[in-house]
Design a protein around this ligand. Structure first.
Ligand code: PAF
Length: 277
């Protein structure tokens, strides 16, 4: 496994590669969710690049950029075990030199859900992902369904800017107790971890109601809210029942509706979602 920490070396290496490249962008502190992206990508590409870059521009001024967990040596050994070919790990200064002034922004769908709570988040995500795509020039890039809105925003950017690659969705990986895997789960103490199970419980309740024939989105939302409010450590940020392309809220639930939520457990803000099938 080759570790590349600067853009010019990555470009040089890329020029020598003649096969289509698979790409998994990450912010490191890898967990089973990332590994499932890597495994998935491995089956579809003969050469795989994984990036590790904690992107400062997608964190708001009061968010956890400085505290965001990092463990590069552990990440390297996990990626080595999966036979990743190249790890690209640029510095902040290289990605955002002092004279950096260009941003990639997707409008409308970024105003909702995560974008409503984190107004500059997606501008940072799309800018860094566009830069990474330009540097690595992948044929396919892999994103988790866990960050459902991020996935839609990236797909929109790729379509609108005619980027020449395929975006592949990989299902959410969960702990055996149902908690969606996330690098931020490390912030939860055992009591909070237990409380955080309410996210998936409420999504499972939505799914159960849907399977039983409930189609009124407001009723489903209220039932979810009622369940979450019984958990004293949980503070709801949003519960959304929305179209899985436009992210517009729905009155009537249809197949492939995206049910998503953000809930603070103690000081940790968690997100999760399911598609009603
Ligand atoms: O999902 C993430 O880890 C990040 O948002 C990404 C796509 C690597 C961009 O920094």
């Amino acid at each position: 496994m080759k570790i590349v920490d600067n853009i010019s070396e990555m470009r040089l290496l890329r020029q020598q590669i003649t096969v289509p490249v698979g790409f998994v962008p990450t912010m490191g502190y890898l967990h089973e969710g990332h590994i499932s992206l890597v495994k998935h990508a491995k089956t579809e590409n003969s050469l795989l690049v994984v990036s590790i870059f904690v992107n400062p521009t997608q964190f708001g001024p009061t968010e956890d950029f400085k505290q965001y967990p990092r463990d590069t040596q552990r990440d390297f050994s996990l990626l080595d075990r999966e036979n990743v070919d190249i790890v690209f790990m640029p510095s902040d200064e290289e990605m955002y030199p002092g004279d950096f002034t260009t941003w990639v922004e997707v409008n409308q769908i970024t105003d909702r859900l995560e974008g409503a709570s984190r107004p500059t988040h997606f501008k940072g995500v799309t800018t860094v992902v566009a830069k990474l795509f330009n540097i690595i020039q992948p044929a396919r890039a892999y994103f988790g369904q866990k960050d459902a809105q991020q996935l839609l925003v990236i797909k929109k950017m790729v379509a609108d800017l005619n980027m020449n690659l395929e975006i592949i969705t990989v299902p959410t990986m969960r702990e055996p107790d149902g908690l969606a895997m996330s690098s931020r789960n490390i912030y939860l103490n055992p009591k909070e971890h237990q409380a955080a199970l309410v996210l998936y419980q409420s999504l499972s309740l939505a799914h159960k109601l849907w399977r039983q024939g409930e189609r009124n989105a407001e009723i489903i939302r209220q039932e979810m809210e009622y369940l979450i409010k019984k958990q004293p450590l949980a503070e709801i940020n949003y519960i959304s029942i929305a179209d899985n392309n436009s992210l517009e809220e729905l009155d009537t639930v249809i197949p492939q509706t995206l049910v998503s939520l953000a809930v603070k457990i103690g000081r940790t803000r968690l997100i999760d979602n399911i598609l009603l099938k």
